[in-house]
Design a protein around this ligand. Structure first.
Ligand SMILES: [Zn+2]
Length: 112
């Protein structure tokens, strides 16, 4: 993993051979990670990194994810994978805003 990431950082890009290697190494998780990166679903807000999944968004820290896979199985989930690859290849989508604000907005104003 670290060697592969190192080479992604060196290229600053996801070449076809790197993509093939990611899928060969991580299987389905690698495919999901690449699809999310390609779709601009790995996003850097001012306060959090967020990966948009099929049904929910997950807040990802360097070695931590809020999804069930990570919390209950302790595995490196595809969100973590996507963040590491996207950061290495400089493909994180920057969002000018606080992720926390979105939570507040979706909950509505207090007392309303
Ligand atoms: Zn996760």
């Amino acid at each position: 993993m670290s060697d592969l990431l190192y080479r992604i950082k060196e290229k600053q890009d996801l070449t076809l051979s790197l993509r093939e290697e990611i899928v060969a190494t991580f299987g389905d998780r690698g495919k999901k990670a690449l699809a999310a990166i390609d779709a601009g679903k790995v996003k850097q807000y001012r306060d959090f990194l967020v990966v948009e999944g099929r049904t929910a968004e997950y807040v990802v820290d360097e070695d931590f994810c809020t999804c069930r896979d990570f919390l209950y199985r302790g595995t490196t989930c595809w969100h973590l994978l996507a963040v590491r690859i996207a950061m290495g290849a400089n493909l994180v989508k920057l969002v000018d805003g606080w992720y926390q604000d979105r939570w507040n907005i979706s909950r509505g104003e207090p007392g309303s």
